[in-house]
Design a protein around this ligand. Sequence first.
Ligand code: HEM
Length: 451
Amino acid sequence: MSAAAPLASFRFRSEPPSLWTMIRQGVADVGSVIPASILTDDAVQLPGVGAPLVVSSPQLAREVLNDRADHFTRDRFIRRLFRRSWGKGLAAAEGEDWQRQRRAVVPFLSPRAVKDHLAAFATAADDVLDEIGDGEHIELGTLSARIVARVVLRVLVDAGTLADPDAAAADVAPYIRRIAGFSLIDLLPLPERMIDQLHGIDRDPAVQRMRALGQRLAEARNDSASRTDMVALLEGVGPIADNIRGMFPAAMDTTVSGLSWALYVLAQHGDWQQRVAREGAELQAVPELEQLAVTRRVVNETLRLYPPAPLMTRSAAHAMELAGHPVKPGQSVLVAIYAMQRRPDLWRDPDSFDPDRFLPECGTPKAYMPFGTGPRMCVAAHFAQAEMAVILARVMARLRIAPSGPAPDVALQVTTRSRNGLHAVAELRDIRRKSPEIAAATPILARQDTA
Ligand code: HEM
């Protein structure tokens, strides 16, 4: 295999931002105002009265997100984002209400329960892969969104025939761009409703369609059919329409980001692509995670290099000191997960792709938190990792992908994304094996094809 080209990285600004840059750019695109010193310093104070303190050491991250979680609340922008997407559902709720909703969904997402969803992950991938032609150019975000939408609309929310996954996949990115599209308007001391009106959120077609879909799926649950999806566990515990609507950004945008970066990285690393393809070809119709040791390491390493949630935000509940910096009540603290996971003092050769950092004998690195930590850590961490592994293995078993198009322009926004997409050309590995059943019946063919 030829040597891989360097992977795309986010370019932190070389100088601290001026006050003017902070005002003009900071609200809309906070990643773009963080200076590169965050890769070496534990904490960096951004300029301006009450501007965020950014932290990147694992100790400080744990302090903010876990050890002293009671001393922090959600920052007002995040509260606004959660209200717009989740209403009063799980991720937006606080106190008793939050605990009840969180406890309700845990059984669906536990490692034992996730085993029952693995076949559905593979089927979701196969349904989309069946439509890919030999030599086709694919935008990896679009491919990932189409697959993940099928998982969300079949496994988490049993949508039956009430939703078109491809329409939902196409709408989710513009929907999130709109509800997370912060600007100077958000600094105005106006009621929330008026801020939303000034942003034109209710008038946005993608927002209208996603909201209507959530409403439609919630209303359909009034029939007598008994469902076994995740939302069923929230019935009588939390608001159903809010939780369905919230699930789209939480379960889709993050997983799509992770999956598309994993495909991008494998397009650059043919050797690892082959190893994942080999595991994928061996998967049975009912996959088992134990068969995916290499693929899971690839997933972990991708989530280190390109954490889907690159910045976690909290707001200080009272005056305090963090890493020698005074923090005022209400001041935002940004936990820069992307920077932490690429710090040269914490990771050997941090910008290179080396899944063997995650060999079992190496233990879990302290500076690795793609799912956060503490009480509000992602409730679906295990589900999402398993989903990514099964889908990645299935995709690689059926497609050989090579990079194409421009180098990614990495942005740290609500998720880690490439402003100009992630592009590849796909070659079908073996069109005789279209379904997992056929693949399961012919592992020897699979072995020959991927050797
Ligand atoms: C690779 C995929 C994913 C990543 C990287 C990810 C990451 C995260 C992170 C970092 C948080 C914590 C945010 C904070 O502390 O401020 C979070 C919370 C959450 N995630 Fe995920 N997530 C992923 C997939 C999913 C999926 C598939 C679901 C749906 C089942 C989901 C549901 C949630 C929920 C409900 C919360 C809020 C938990 C609470 O407030 O108690 N996530 N996620």
